[in-house]
Design a protein around this ligand. Structure first.
Ligand code: CP
Length: 307
């Protein structure tokens, strides 16, 4: 049974096909309105979410299917001690496909080993968030027209930022991509990502603490939130939370063609005044996420023989 746990579960050709399908959905939504008629998506969210859960649900509804699920662990039998493995077996009796978010790294993978329907990782702890990366890739494609020859700045919490880890994995497969890793010392990209992805594939990268210095060379600026929920110590969070605040002044030194992205939610890291800058693409990114999730649901259900 094909699931999506890590973005590298998809080949470059498959990602190109998903992007093409999403672009066709944007142009011809009526063509897809009944594709999943009679099919059910289960959204199993053990951690809070606005975009990922609701865009999955909107995606399935716009494909003509329906949705069941829960939005917090406390309203499921996990609160009584039920395991992820048992939950996956149980939900397979009710739904045709599962989207799962969990605070523990690897939980959606465990679910995929026990489910008899496809499982999509909707974010596991500080590890991966492959469907956010699909949204990010469609944004990059539509805004720049390409995936190669880009200098990508990643700014903020690169240690716990699962969206950053997945995006680096995805973009590392394209030619002439360079990363500028902008973070405080304490929130640098984990060494396993540097070793297993960047160094292994000879991808050029630099690490810096200065967003201002990096700005002029960037084609993409991917801002991230410092995530309170990943810190063991409130004092550390308070010290680091406002390390980077993108404002209109900082954008004065950026390229006119810069694409400013953020997986959202934002707290303080992008000033609201930036929202009116034509380079701000983070709300388009939200919308593109729904189309990519529609394309993904169809792909996995087709491969499972369900539609
Ligand atoms: N980008 C993202 O994962 O947002 P949510 O936490 O609201 O789903």
């Amino acid at each position: 049974m094909r699931s999506l746990i890590n973005i590298l579960d998809l080949s470059v050709d498959e990602i190109n096909e998903l992007v093409a399908t999403a672009e066709d959905i944007i142009e011809n939504p009526a063509k897809y309105a009944e594709v999943c008629h009679g099919k059910k998506l289960a959204t199993l969210f053990f951690e809070p979410s606005t975009r990922t859960r609701l865009s999955f649900e909107a995606a399935m509804i716009e494909l003509g299917g329906s949705v069941i699920g829960f939005s917090e662990a406390s309203s499921s039998s996990a609160a009584k001690g039920e395991s992820v493995a048992d939950t996956a077996k149980v939900i397979s009796c009710y739904a045709d496909i599962i989207a799962m978010r969990h605070p523990k790294e690897g939980a959606p993978y465990v679910a995929s080993l026990n489910a008899s329907v496809p499982v999509i990782n909707a974010g596991d702890g500080g590890h991966n968030h492959p469907t956010q990366t699909l949204a990010d890739l469609l944004t990059i494609k539509r805004e720049t027209g390409r995936f190669d020859s880009l200098t990508v700045g990643l700014c903020g919490d690169l240690k716990f930022g699962r969206t950053v880890h997945s995006l680096i994995e995805a973009m590392s497969r394209y030619a002439n991509v360079k990363f500028v890793l902008i973070s405080p010392e304490e929130l640098k990209l984990p060494s396993y990502v540097k070793r297993d992805v960047l160094k292994k594939n000879n991808i050029p990268y630099v690490q810096t603490t200065s967003l201002e210095d990096a700005m002029p060379e960037l084609d993409i600026l991917y801002m991230t939130r410092v995530q309170r929920e990943r810190f063991f110590n409130e004092e550390d969070y308070l010290r680091l939370k406002d390390s980077y605040i993108l404002d209109t002044k900082k954008l004065e030194n950026a390229k006119d063609s810069l694409v400013v992205m953020h997986p959202l939610p934002r707290v303080n890291e992008i000033s609201v005044s930036v929202d009116d800058d034509p380079r701000a693409c983070y709300f388009k990114q939200v919308l593109y996420g729904k189309y990519m999730r529609m394309a993904l649901i169809m792909k996995l259900l087709k491969e499972a023989g369900t539609i």
